[in-house]
Design a protein around this ligand. Structure first.
Ligand code: BG6
Length: 470
């Protein structure tokens, strides 16, 4: 659709940026924190681990002052469950609670809206040892943990995100890592874990609405529209298969209270349907989100299954690089889009397309909680960092978002990944995402100095103009 005039970004649009606790904080055992599964994971040789990360735990005041200088109106960060409840449940660690109270206070000092993710991949290790998400007791533990968050911060935090990228944890568990010597859970187990996370999320959405009448809460999923490789009808079916299984099956449950009908048939056919106990359906349908939060990095292009093992590609995949699944879909190339140095598709128009689909399916406001480009940025001798590729990426994606707004999609805000450099989930520190450079490399923590990149100044100007030149 081409319009005579693009609509403006809303006046109260939440221009923000994101991080997650384990990727940015460091202080992995500080002030009573216990290890999370991430702390116990094997790190690929040569890559930074998460023990120091960007030392945000000790430098958040300085960092948030820089965010304010950039003009951020929102900061999306996650709380580490292991700082609040080192035993996973039970006794509250006051030092951990006070740490995040100080982070929230620092945001408020600069009129930055805190947007809090309750859980971003870092399950307490002690709970993992008791079966983790396979154990239904983890549902109670998550609810108890979130109750503490709502009690402690409910008066200061308006926007809550339940679980970050549940679909990544279930579909690409290898991208998040594996405990030393561990094996990935079976697919049957993964879908059972998924069911328990869905129940936990539903309980917490309900709890949040009961405890904090002003609060808004939603899931944060990794959503990606799929294109068929050609107009061959079989390619269109395959693209739809994977879009349902990768995206809509995860977003339908919080909104509609049950799994996507096509996904149910897929799961039943393959013996993957989770055990559902009496009362589970009522729990799922008894809660609702106020918005959909979504992380968008790229689209994928899909071809019809050949019905044999050749459907699965031999290359390395991750949360954005599709591999194919026997009898379901094959990954294909798209000649019309670009790629990052790490092989992730760059597709701003696909962003608009994905937003339109999410709007059409759920009729809820949308908050972007991640979007960005990982790149090996270079620190020049004079302390500058020139990242024109990042500026171009954001310019194009924000323009596409403005087109989506003009299409009629209700957008709440944009929190790209990431506010400052973080450790990537599985590709170390050289794969940088931030507006702010942190002076360290994979192994050497160097000065840890914070240096604004060119994109910092570009975003500052864009926010000041409320995106009117996009
Ligand atoms: C998302 C995660 O999948 O992508 C983030 O929510 C992650 O935690 C981001 O950092 C970028 O991915 P990666 O693998 O490059 O760190």
């Amino acid at each position: 659709m081409i319009y005579q005039k693009l609509l403006d970004f809303p006046q109260d649009f939440l221009w923000g940026a994101s991080t997650s606790a384990y990727q940015v904080e460091g202080g992995w055992d500080a002030d009573g924190k216990s290890p999370s599964i991430i702390d116990m994971y094997e790190h690929p040789a040569g890559y930074a681990d998460f023990t120091v990360a960007s030392d945000h735990y000790h430098r958040f005041e300085e960092d948030i002052a820089l965010f304010a200088q950039m003009g951020l109106k929102a900061y999306r960060f996650s709380i580490a469950w292991t700082r609040i409840l080192p035993n996973g449940t039970g006794e509250v660690n006051r030092a951990g609670v006070e740490h995040y109270r100080a982070v929230i206070r620092a945001c408020r000092k600069y009129n930055i809206e805190p947007i809090v993710t309750m859980y971003h991949f870092d399950l307490p290790w002690c709970l993992e040892q008791q079966g983790g998400w396979l154990n239904r007791a983890t549902i109670d533990a998550f609810e108890a943990y979130c109750r503490v968050l709502l009690e402690e911060y409910g008066d200061a935090v308006k926007y809550w995100l339940t679980i970050n990228e549940q679909n990544t944890m279930i579909l690409h568990p290898g991208a998040i890592g594996l405990p030393k010597g561990g094996v990935l859970p079976s697919r049957r187990e993964l879908y059972q874990m998924n069911h328990h996370m869905m129940l936990a999320q539903a309980r917490v959405m309900k709890l949040c609405h009961a405890m904090c009448s002003q609060a808004k809460i939603g899931p944060a999923l990794n959503l990606t529209a799929m294109y068929p490789e050609t107009c061959r009808p079989e390619d269109a079916i395959a693209a739809h298969n994977w879009e349902v299984l990768r995206c809509w099956n995860f977003a339908d449950v919080p909104v509609f209270g049950w799994y996507h009908p096509l996904a149910v048939r897929y799961l039943e056919d393959r013996g993957l349907m989770p055990d559902v106990q009496p009362g589970d359906r009522e729990t799922l349908s008894g809660a609702h989100p106020d918005f959909i939060a979504m992380n968008y990095y790229s689209t994928a292009t899909i071809a019809a299954s050949r019905g044999d093992a050749s459907d699965v590609s031999a290359r390395a995949g991750d949360q954005q690089i599709m591999l194919g699944e026997e009898g379901v879909y094959r990954a294909a190339e798209n000649p019309y889009v670009g790629k990052t140095k790490y092989g992730w598709v760059i597709d701003p128009t696909g962003f608009r397309y994905t937003l339109r689909k999410v709007c059409e399916r759920y009729h809820l406001p949308i908050l972007i909680t991640e979007n960005g480009i990982g790149a090996p940025d270079v620190l020049e001798d004079d302390g500058s960092i020139h990242d024109p590729y990042r500026i171009e990426f954001y310019e194009q994606h924000l323009h596409a978002m403005r087109e989506a707004i003009t299409d009629g999609v209700e957008m709440m805000g944009y929190c790209p990944w990431s506010a400052l450099d973080v450790v990537s989930t599985h590709q170390g520190y050289a794969k940088r995402y931030g507006f702010i450079y942190v002076d360290r490399d994979e192994q050497d923590c160097r000065s840890m100095r914070r240096l604004p990149k060119d994109s910092f100044y570009w975003y500052q100007k864009t926010i000041a103009e409320n995106g009117k030149n996009l």
